[in-house]
Design a protein around this ligand. Structure first.
Ligand code: HEC
Length: 134
């Protein structure tokens, strides 16, 4: 009996860790729903192709940013804009991708999220998982 116990324990732990990592990685399918939800407004300003709308086209955006940056940005774009860490400073040049002038000197970001329907931490996790599939 003792012999099996170790095996069962290992199995239970493996399953528990698998679930924990799924939970913390965010649900990309739900992220897509949120992205397309009119109340959350992402789609009002972003295309998921390379094409610019009000904000940059989000194709390959997962390759441009760290998870930490995504979290900060989606939680508070204006605060992140003002903090201006190295990643944000680089990102402000984005209009150059479309042959336009960098936004580096601007005091305010144009990314204004809905105040009425703010993003929860779980929603931010799901959105990040989705953004990384683009
Ligand atoms: C009112 C327009 C607007 C809305 C709404 C909006 N964004 Fe943005 N977004 C922008 C702009 C503009 C930028 C670039 C920053 C700037 O120039 O001020 C940006 C930048 C980004 C970036 C970085 C893109 C890159 O190329 O590095 C991500 C990711 C992003 N937005 C995701 C989202 C998500 C997810 C939502 C919905 C929850 C959202 N945005 C809603 C306008 C918007």
């Amino acid at each position: 009996m003792k012999k099996y116990f170790g095996g069962i324990l290992a199995l239970v732990l493996t399953i528990a860790f698998a679930f924990a990592s799924i939970a913390s990685a965010g649900d990309a399918a739900n992220g897509e729903k949120l992205f397309n939800n009119k109340k959350k407004k992402c789609k009002t300003c972003h295309k998921i192709t390379e094409k610019k709308k009000i904000g940059p086209g989000l194709k390959d955006v997962g390759k441009r940013h760290t998870d930490e940056w995504f979290k900060k940005w989606l939680a508070n774009p204006q605060k992140t804009w003002e903090e201006n860490d190295a990643e944000t400073a680089e990102f402000k040049k984005w209009p150059e991708r479309y042959g336009k002038k960098s936004r580096a000197g601007k005091k305010k970001t144009k990314m204004k999220l809905s105040k009425k329907y703010p993003l929860t931490e779980a929603e931010i996790g799901d959105l990040i998982a989705y953004l990384k599939t683009l």
